[in-house]
Write a protein that binds this ligand. Structure first.
Ligand code: NAP
Length: 313
């Protein structure tokens, strides 16, 4: 059986994702020692107060010393600088991975700086919320959610199996694919939806003939669900679009063509076309519920008084 227990887990960054890993790893006894690096005093203090790490360092180099599992949990734009800094301090045989939402750019940012005596295996847990910081994490975040690993050909099979076992122990289902494919799939399933949400909320904010108080008052008509996604961390999402530019632009091209067709159908009162499209998309949602990636509870899974069937936010 694959040994899933690590001696020292070093989390570089301890926000929503890093702190959720710390909590889940502790709950399932996956590391003897859990340490983190964070840039601000406040984040380090909160992580220590919450008792989710044994030590918190300002310098990532101090966190990775002696670590057999190192996970980058900072915004993707920080990876290259951190990789260069920690490379000389990485222990022989360590597994180095990350949680970044894009993968091709991450391989380019970290890969060239990694020494031969470690295994570098990029990863992406497809799980999250719109909240940030160490207090926002929770141990159950990864349960039933996919974690995608995009190992390069240099990574050892044993290390891939160990990292897969680590994610599985935290409740994830693990898939492997190449980085380019990951970036294309996530462009349509995650990145474009976020762009649409940022755009629609931005448009509403700019409207002159409809007041902001009316937008807020009548937001239950659909708008508020976009505002949840549009409240996601600006730094993280800026980096996602800058570092997955090609795949996002490709998918955005497809999206705008399809949008233009819907626009045309409305202009020419083509009810059949609209009805067919909306029926197809309704069936699609059923598949997502059947795959266990969404609850069937009405109103977008919101928890209502007396209703305990809805999922986490
Ligand atoms: P977060 O809650 O904002 O936490 C970010 C962490 O990175 C904090 O500890 C922060 O430290 C640190 N950090 C930020 N800028 C830094 C810099 N320039 N140098 C050093 N440390 C820095 O972010 P998150 O949501 O956990 O996201 C982290 C990673 O997970 C990102 O790469 C993102 O793509 C990926 N991811 C996110 C989600 C999601 O839904 N949020 C889902 C899957 C993957 P301070 O607090 O001290 O500034």
């Amino acid at each position: 059986m694959t040994d899933v227990k690590f001696k020292r887990l070093a989390l570089i960054g301890i926000g929503l994702i890093g702190s959720s890993i710390a909590r889940a790893a502790r709950q399932h006894g996956l590391a003897d020692e859990i340490v983190c690096a964070a840039r601000t005093d406040e984040t380090r203090r909160v992580a220590l107060d919450l008792k989710i790490v044994d030590a918190a360092y300002e310098n990532p180099v101090d966190a990775v010393r002696g670590a057999d599992l190192v996970i980058f949990c900072t915004p993707v734009g920080t990876y290259e600088t951190i990789a260069k800094a920690i490379a000389p301090a990485l222990a022989k045989g360590a597994i180095v991975t990350d949680v970044g939402s894009v993968k091709g750019a991450v391989i380019k940012a970290i890969g060239p700086h990694m020494p031969d005596h470690i295994d570098f295996i990029p990863g992406h847990p497809v799980a999250g919320t719109e909240n940030s910081g160490p207090a926002a994490g929770f141990a159950e975040l990864f349960i039933g959610r996919w974690c995608i690993l995009t190992p390069t050909k240099d990574a050892g099979e044993g290390a891939i199996a160990r990292l897969s076992a680590f994610w599985t122990a935290m409740g994830s289902k693990v898939d492997t694919m190449d980085a380019e494919h990951h970036d294309l799939v996530l462009a349509i399933t995650s990145h474009i939806p976020h762009l649409i949400a940022y755009n629609i909320v931005g448009t509403a904010d700019d409207l002159e003939d409809v007041t902001q108080s009316e937008v807020i008052k009548y937001s239950a008509g659909g708008f508020r669900d976009f505002t949840r996604i549009a409240a996601s961390d600006p730094t993280m999402w800026r980096d996602v679009f800058l570092y997955n530019k090609d795949a996002v632009l490709e998918m955005l091209g497809r999206f705008t063509e399809d949008l233009a067709q819907l626009q045309r159908a409305i202009r020419w009162e083509d009810g059949d076309m609209l009805f067919k499209t909306f029926s197809r998309t309704r069936a699609f949602r059923r598949q997502i519920i059947d795959a266990g990636q969404e609850t069937a509870a009405p109103d977008f899974g919101r928890v209502h008084p007396g209703d305990d069937s809805a999922g986490k936010p």
